[in-house]
Design a protein around this ligand. Structure first.
Ligand code: TNX
Length: 470
């Protein structure tokens, strides 16, 4: 076992959780010393609280930072990936929000499964786990006073959610819970048919959205978000706001404004998908940017992508989708014009339900790779590794951070989940930390080292032929 010595009482919990996290891995030859103290602020980093200094001698590795969280991340990284020789290295992350979103609505992930994801997030120095807790397919979080929401489906109880947040906090990961409204609300309406909705259709799909003029619906939104704020330890509550097809701007604005007001009254900062900026945004407010018309890689004619036709997509539906997403063209501009901050989740590179290009999948994993992923064009791992967060020409002050997202429509179990996450999560996590993509040879070596770590942790991953795995 690696010997971990904390030189400050406030670092004892860090030492303890490091010991637990490092259990599956071979010990370090040197002792790991944890210490609090000032470090030089590295230029272009998220702030002093996140910066660290690592000093390596033949017998000891000292991880120093101003905060336990920065000591934790520096020490875990060093213990897993080693140091670059003897001497002193200083550093820190470029982006302060390095997140991963997991969809618990389309597939329910158990608490132990989520704990393994929290561990994985920590291994890759991520600090946010965003949980998409409700959607048309299911409602996954107990809300005190509204038992019908969770009467007939798997879900997290209040106590489980509390334990998960503490587990994550020990690993310096903040949980951001999301209740998706006013669209994506079918599960809530199944449980509470008395709620007022607006009904529309997208191709063959019928779609409902909350009607925020309805008093029962307003009371419901208020109740749910008030309770959620009470249950949430972290500073943020996400209210969704995406794809509210069928609602006009005014009705959409009413729902978003209500959600934000309730969340602020609950003492939390509201956060929504990019569409929510159409209801305005307060200066400094965050909107999660995931799409614009240039990112929608759907063809104008299904004949060009036979696999889409096989999934039931028609040209009529493609046209409706294109029309429904047309307003996304203005969202980024709206966020910037209101002095808001962008949480970068562009689906071209940060949506991990994008299928893998079968050309990079080894034969024994082809069957798995072929059934996983949404209707996006397949891509290689190098495509994700090349993602450059500075490519959008945004000012530092306008970027809240980076968040990858994994939607669960095609997933059947935990191995499917990690198969889509890994290896690309590691490349995006490095880019979020460094602020820019490293050159491929460096990324390659990092992935290769990561593969060993995932194997030791028993995690399934795509053994892409782009990497010479150990
Ligand atoms: C769009 S991304 C959605 C999700 C789907 C996802 C599939 C977003 C805010 N909404 O409901 O699961 O596409 O990639």
């Amino acid at each position: 076992m690696t010997r971990i010595v904390s030189q400050d009482p406030s670092l004892e919990p860090v030492a303890e959780v490091l010991t637990t996290l490092l259990q599956p891995h071979p010990p370090l030859a040197a002792d790991l010393l944890l210490t609090l103290g000032e470090v030089t602020l590295s230029p272009g980093t998220a702030g002093e609280d996140e910066c660290h200094r690592i000093t390596t001698t033949p017998s000891t590795i000292t991880c120093q930072a101003r905060t336990p969280q920065a000591v934790f991340r520096a020490a875990l990284r060093t213990a897993l990936y080693g140091t670059q020789g003897l001497g002193v290295v200083e550093g820190g992350p470029r982006y302060g929000w390095r997140g991963l979103m997991i969809d618990t609505a389309r597939h329910f992930w158990t608490v132990p499964e989520l704990e393994r994801i929290v561990d994985l997030a920590a291994v890759h120095r991520l600090n946010v786990l965003h949980l998409h807790l409700t959607d048309n397919e299911g409602w996954r979080i107990e809300i005190p006073g509204l038992p019908r929401l969770t009467a007939d489906g798997p879900h997290y109880t209040v106590a489980e959610f509390g334990r998960l947040q503490r587990y994550a906090a020990d690993r310096h990961v903040v949980i951001v819970p999301e209740i998706d409204l006013p669209g994506h609300c079918a599960a809530a309406v199944r449980a509470h048919p008395e709620l007022g909705t607006v009904q529309t259709a997208l191709g063959p799909m019928s779609i409902s959205a909350f009607d925020a003029r309805d008093p029962a619906t307003r009371a419901f939104i208020t109740h749910v978000l008030t309770e959620l704020c009470r249950m949430t330890d972290g500073p943020y509550v996400h209210f969704g706001g995406d794809e509210a097809f069928g609602l006009d701007e005014q009705l959409f604005g009413q729902a978003v404004t209500l959600a934000r007001d309730v969340i602020r009254s609950g003492g939390k900062s509201p956060l929504g998908w990019q569409e929510s900026v159409r209801a305005g945004l307060e200066p400094g407010g965050i909107a999660q940017w995931w799409i614009d018309p240039s990112m929608i890689d759907l063809p104008a004619d299904v004949a060009l992508r036979p696999e889409l036709a096989a999934r039931g997509l028609t040209n009529e539906l493609l046209a409706e989708l294109a029309e429904g997403f047309a307003p996304t063209a203005g969202d980024l501009g709206r966020i910037l014009a209101s002095g808001g901050r962008v949480l970068l989740s562009p689906q071209t590179h940060l949506y991990f339900d994008r299928p893998y290009d079968l050309a990079i999948v080894p034969p024994e994993q082809r069957e798995t790779a072929a059934r996983l992923g949404f209707i996006y064009e397949p891509r290689t791992v190098r495509h994700f590794a090349a993602w450059d967060p500075t490519a959008y020409g945004l000012d530092t002050a306008n970027v809240a951070g980076v968040e990858a997202a994994l939607w669960s429509e095609t997933l059947r179990g935990f191995d499917d989940l990690t198969f889509l996450l890994l290896p690309r999560l590691a490349t995006i996590a490095e880019t979020a930390w460094n602020g820019r993509p490293s050159a491929w040879p460096q990324q390659h070596d990092h992935l290769r080292a990561s593969g060993r770590i995932w194997q030791q942790r028993g995690l399934t991953f795509l053994r892409t032929t782009e990497v010479t795995w150990e």
